[in-house]
Ligand binder design. Structure first.
Ligand code: PGA
Length: 229
């Protein structure tokens, strides 16, 4: 299976969310071996889920962008994995923006992954080279096989300058060696768009893409879907 995982980050209103789905449904052409995933902000998850069913979007799933490192309990403001159990199939964890602006630690991220797996939600674990080994060491082999790993070099995120494909190929290979399994899909994220998508999809071992800004526009996002054909 291949993946296209759009991450809206902290963008859009309710109104814009409805519009996005209405426009996307008119141009979306599902691809058989591709799961298209959209990570929307928490407040829009329920409406996005309704839209997905109402518009009958095939091979399309929803994700959260983050989750609490704690289960149910006295953790004001936190959204725990078991609350979203039947609403989402995937959840991004350890995004560099979370690490940078919210000071997330490897341990918290490992806790998030554990709680997501308990709730049968697939974690999309974001990694960059400097700490990949350390973060991956927090998981046992059986858990590693249940993840999707996103290689997201910091310097390529939101800069309009994607990583050198050769570098992506090398790091993906290195991550594959570290996890010692072929089960886990490894995807690439960082300034991907409809024009460069194919370049990254052609790299050996890359099972998909994680676009941020290119997921905000339904037309660009659907053209990225088309790049998988
Ligand atoms: P970008 O974001 O596509 O806007 O660079 C990628 C990401 O944060 O995963």
């Amino acid at each position: 299976m291949r993946y296209l995982i759009g991450n809206w980050k902290s963008n859009k209103t309710f109104e814009e969310t409805y519009q996005w789905f209405d426009q996307f449904s008119k141009i979306y052409d599902p691809v058989i071996d591709l799961t298209t995933v959209l990570a929307v902000p928490f407040p829009f998850l329920q409406e996005a889920s309704k839209k997905k069913h109402e518009l009958n979007l095939q091979h399309f799933a929803l994700a959260a962008q983050d989750i609490s490192p704690y289960p149910f309990g006295a953790y004001t403001g936190a959204v725990s994995a078991n609350m979203l159990k039947h609403q989402i199939e995937y959840c991004i964890v350890g995004h560099s923006e979370r690490r940078q602006y919210f000071a997330e630690s490897h341990l918290e991220i490992a806790n998030k992954v554990e709680l997501l797996l308990t709730s049968e939600i697939t974690p999309i674990l974001c990694l960059d080279q400097p700490y990949a080994q350390k973060q991956l060491a927090a998981f046992d082999q059986k858990d590693l096989e249940k993840l999707i790993i996103a290689y997201e070099p910091l310097e390529a995120i939101g800069t309009g300058e994607p990583a050198d494909p050769k570098q992506v190929a090398e790091v993906v290979k290195r991550i594959r060696e570290l996890i010692q399994t072929d089960q886990t899909p490894i995807i690439y994220g960082g300034s991907t768009n409809a024009d460069n998508a194919r370049t990254y999809l052609e790299i050996e071992g890359v099972a998909g893409l994680l676009p941020g800004s290119s997921s905000l526009n339904p037309d660009v996002f659907s053209r990225m879907v088309h790049a998988y054909t």
